[in-house]
Design a binder for this molecule. Structure first.
Ligand SMILES: [Zn+2]
Length: 65
């Protein structure tokens, strides 16, 4: 499906599909993110909850509105 993005968490427990435009995008430079990625930062986005579908590991997901 066009414009659908797929992803998941670092350990693979959670998978998701996402469609839409991010609310914001930011870079985190904390030492946890640097250690996990082996880089200077991670890039993350905020999205609307109704534009994301958890396709694996839903019991481990928390939603904040
Ligand atoms: Zn971080």
């Amino acid at each position: 499906m066009k414009d659908m993005k797929k992803g998941g968490c670092h350990c693979g427990a959670i998978g998701y599909e996402y469609r839409g435009k991010p609310i914001c995008c930011y870079a985190c430079h904390c030492t946890d993110c640097q250690t996990v990625t082996g880089s200077a930062c991670t890039i993350s986005i905020w999205v609307m909850v109704d534009e994301v579908q958890v396709v694996r590991g839903n019991v481990s997901v928390s939603y904040y509105t």
